[in-house]
Design a protein around this ligand. Structure first.
Ligand code: GAL
Length: 367
């Protein structure tokens, strides 16, 4: 496990950008780099990866760099072979968002043999020395924001409780899942300890709460089972900690099927992440989850483009964290951006005014 404790992450937040002397990869190479880059995205079932793949491609092309771009659509073997063909085509840079964080060691070793600079995009690639940089958001803080929303919305600190909570976590093959999970659980820690918050299912570990493939359908099924097993005797369910909007919508669908009515006081507080249009619509209309965490992925794509450009131009990419993300071989130099909590109160300012989504897209529930 590559668990990083709260202290470390809090310690890293807000650290000024530092440069990495001696870590520049391409800059020290004699050969003039052209910026030829391979982009490997993991899935097309969640809208962000499709949008970001396109944004990265457009940004890099605007700089005059050649790009090969693929989306492995949740098939690990396809991602490996797509990356291998990028290496065979002679890319100098790889930007990879892994489906399964432990499956890319061999193909990245082949890339390293050819001097390719590897940037782990949003999801840290584990158990290989052949990752040069990591760019993402403060993933632990995402979990903190979600849990804090539940605590504030239910007024848990000012009420006696106990409050019944269930937890969902992300795909086990994605390194981010444990950070979201830990951020959430650590935030609830003292409340769980004092008994003010209770998890009736007893499912408090990452494994039983995980959601294969980040799938809404998988989440829906688990929520349905939890309701039937633990909430059939009039026990109230007050909140569901959900790590991602697609999962949240699955949870809400199961709740609705089990006669919980969105918008009423008896409907559990459900969190989320990614500011997907359908979820922001539910937040706006009061028809499901009440929170999501916005990560400005345009900024992430821009930052990673800047990393490639810096190296092509003989410099070093900017990073702001050297001691949090241990991939099993090393602490990977990282650039972490800030996630933002979104509710009905601030979605206009955060999502619409920043032009991430228009009101029309939100109303249509589609980006
Ligand atoms: C994670 C990512 C989340 C969400 C999830 C499902 O790796 O950090 O923002 O997109 O994948 O796609």
């Amino acid at each position: 496990m590559y668990l990083s404790r709260r202290g470390l992450l809090y310690g890293s937040a807000g650290v000024a950008a530092v440069s990495l002397s001696g870590c520049g990869i391409g800059g020290e190479d004699d050969k003039q780099l052209t910026g030829f880059t391979g982009i490997s995205m993991p899935t097309d079932t969640s809208e962000r990866w499709v949008i970001e793949g396109k944004a990265l491609e457009a940004n890099l092309k605007e700089l005059g760099y050649d790009v090969v771009h693929s989306n492995a659509k949740d098939v690990v073997e396809d991602q490996i072979s797509q990356i291998q063909s990028m290496v065979d085509e002679g890319v100098e840079f790889l930007i990879v968002a892994a489906i399964d964080n432990k499956s890319l060691g061999q193909v990245l070793a082949a890339a390293k043999d050819k001097g390719v600079t590897v940037i782990s995009y949003d999801r840290l690639i584990l158990e290989t020395p052949d990752v040069d940089y990591y760019a993402s958001f403060d993933n632990y803080q995402v979990g903190v924001l979600q849990a804090t929303h539940i605590i504030d919305r239910l007024g848990i600190r000012d009420n006696e409780g106990p409050f019944n909570l269930e937890i969902f976590s992300g795909d086990l093959g994605d390194n981010n899942s444990q950070y979201f999970f830990m951020g959430g659980l650590d935030t609830f820690e003292s409340l769980l300890y004092s008994g003010k918050v209770v998890i009736p299912s007893g499912q408090t570990e990452q494994d039983p709460t995980s959601t294969a493939g980040w799938s809404g359908d998988v989440a829906k099924e688990r929520m349905d089972t939890l309701i039937k097993e633990y909430y059939s005797d009039d026990r109230e369910l007050h909140a569901v900690l959900s790590p991602y909007d697609g999962i949240s919508r699955g949870i809400v669908a199961a709740l609705v099927e089990n006669d919980y009515e969105p918008g009423t006081a008896g409907f559990p507080v459900v969190t989320g992440q990614d500011a997907e249009a359908a979820s922001v619509k539910a937040i706006k209309d009061g028809t499901g989850q009440t929170e999501t965490v916005f990560k400005d992925t345009r900024q992430l794509a821009h930052t990673v483009t800047g990393m490639v450009q810096a190296i092509v131009e003989g410099g070093e990419p900017e990073v702001n964290d050297l001691g949090t993300y241990d991939n099993g071989f090393k602490f990977v130099p990282s650039l972490l951006l800030d996630p933002v909590d979104v509710t009905a109160e601030n979605y206009v300012e955060v999502i619409v005014e920043s032009e991430y989504l228009t009101e029309e897209q939100i109303d249509a529930g589609e980006a």
